[in-house]
Design a protein around this ligand. Structure first.
Ligand SMILES: [Zn+2]
Length: 448
């Protein structure tokens, strides 16, 4: 069924849009405009949805043949799993107050749904979920559960809006649990029916879905759909082992079996978590599960900031977040999880917009978009110049400007020689403190 007809099913539009409507105030529109002044023989690629004043991505993304294959929803719903899947990252412990703080920030950024945890796990988890559910956030608050009534009853006591009920469907997972197909169907129908009857927005989450027997998938989804009426199904690549093409096809085929909306939940074991998530969405998924900084078990989940930025800028989809808070959110999660983040982590990494080589800085200073696809201010990140062995005069010039220090051409040359010498000695960069010392030795201490 094409997405357009799905959207006009009675009740569907209002039901799903309840995740979106409360978020409209947060949304920021990036104006599609061109501010490129230099001459070019290829004028036609200087204007289009791929160019704005602070970004310039590939126009091939918008080629009609490419775009004709997309079946994105009107607006993707983001379901955050940082506090549940993210906390499962080995070594990560989040205290209740930290979970609350992260939930507030997710809400501020504009995330539609927050999976706050699995209340049945411990008293701490219960307290955190309950507290988040009572914060009065615009984001809807969800709990995670097994196909067990006790889990659902515990979630109900937290006053959450919705619940994600997980059950094994993949062949390797079933072997591990020693469950038969009949047991899964029976427990899924019972648990989901129970959750629905108690007023919870309910989704069935088929663990290891990408390694499930499709005949069984049809049977279980069909039975759950017919007998328990869930609000959605989550299509899950638990072990990040599907290609974007394989995952997209899986989503497309499931869409032909059930009328309920589909959500996608992908992992990053081969580094394709984000690509899989987007493929699931372009093949009919309407909601995506993501975690901040991509944290999660093993190689983690699809990263929130990467999926959101890609959908917005590379695919031209309507994504309404306060993008300028992305780095702030990332740092909060990094601090509270104490989980290190690679400096070159796309979008929010500390050195993503930092340059060292003098020649690269010279070009970048003239026209930033000639050296990067989008400017860091979109996501609250910063440009930086790494002063070291490969620096040039422009690097020194930039640093002086940043620190508000005057110098003549000759002094700049002298400072550069000292910077290079220092970096070769230490095999490290020259930080601001050291740079000021060098400046002082060359220019004097009047300005420092
Ligand atoms: Zn997961």
């Amino acid at each position: 069924m094409p997405i357009a007809s799905l959207l006009i099913l009675p009740g569907f539009h209002t039901h799903w849009n309840s995740f979106l409507d409360s978020r409209t105030k947060i949304g920021k529109t990036f104006k599609m405009q061109t501010e490129v002044s230099f001459e070019s023989s290829s004028k036609k690629i200087e204007a289009g949805p791929w160019v704005g004043k602070n970004y310039w991505v590939s126009h091939f993304n918008f080629d009609p043949t490419v775009v004709s294959r997309f079946h994105f929803p009107d607006e993707v719903i983001f379901h955050d799993v940082t506090l549940r899947d993210g906390e499962q990252t080995p070594g990560v412990v989040l205290r209740t107050n930290e979970k609350v703080e992260i939930a507030r920030k997710l809400d501020e950024v504009g995330v539609h749904r927050i999976e706050a945890g699995m209340p049945v796990v411990s008293k701490e988890d219960f307290d955190a979920v309950k507290k988040i559910a009572h914060l009065g956030l615009q984001s809807k608050v969800f709990a995670f559960s097994r196909l067990v009534r006790e889990d659902i009853e515990t979630a109900l006591r937290c006053d959450v809006d919705g619940i994600i009920c997980e059950g094994p469907v993949g062949v390797p997972k079933l072997k591990q649990f020693n469950w038969t197909y009949d047991q899964v169907v029976e427990r899924a129908v019972d648990a989901i029916d129970f959750a629905k009857k108690h007023g919870l927005w309910t989704s069935f989450f088929g663990v290891d879905g990408t390694r499930a027997d499709f005949e069984f998938t049809k049977e279980i989804l069909g039975a759950v759909s017919k007998e328990a009426h869930p609000d959605s199904f989550v299509i899950v690549d638990t072990f990040g082992c599907a290609t974007p093409e394989g995952f997209g096809e899986f989503v497309r085929q499931v869409k032909e079996i059930v009328k309920e909306p589909l959500e996608v939940h992908t992992h990053n074991d081969f580094g394709l978590g984000v690509a899989d998530a987007i493929s699931g969405l372009m093949n009919g998924g309407v909601a995506v599960h993501t975690s901040v900084n991509g944290i999660g078990e093993r190689s983690g989940n699809a990263s929130f900031e990467e999926v959101a930025m890609s959908l917005k800028f590379l695919y031209g989809q309507k994504v309404r977040f306060d993008f300028s808070k992305f780095k702030e959110l990332s740092r909060l999660v990094q601090r509270d999880t104490m989980f290190p983040l690679a400096p070159n982590k796309p979008i929010v990494g500390d050195r993503v917009f930092t340059r060292e080589a003098g020649i690269s800085i010279a070009g970048w200073m003239k026209y930033h978009l000639g050296s990067e696809a989008y400017l860091p201010e979109i996501v609250g990140n910063n440009h930086g110049v790494f002063l070291g062995k490969k620096s040039g005069r422009h690097s020194v010039e930039w640093k002086l400007k940043e620190l508000g220090l005057p110098a003549t051409e000759e002094q700049m040359e002298e400072i550069l020689v000292e910077v290079k010498k220092r970096s070769e000695e230490t095999k490290a960069n020259v930080d601001d403190l050291e740079f000021k010392k060098i400046y002082e030795s060359v220019v004097g201490s009047n300005y420092v």
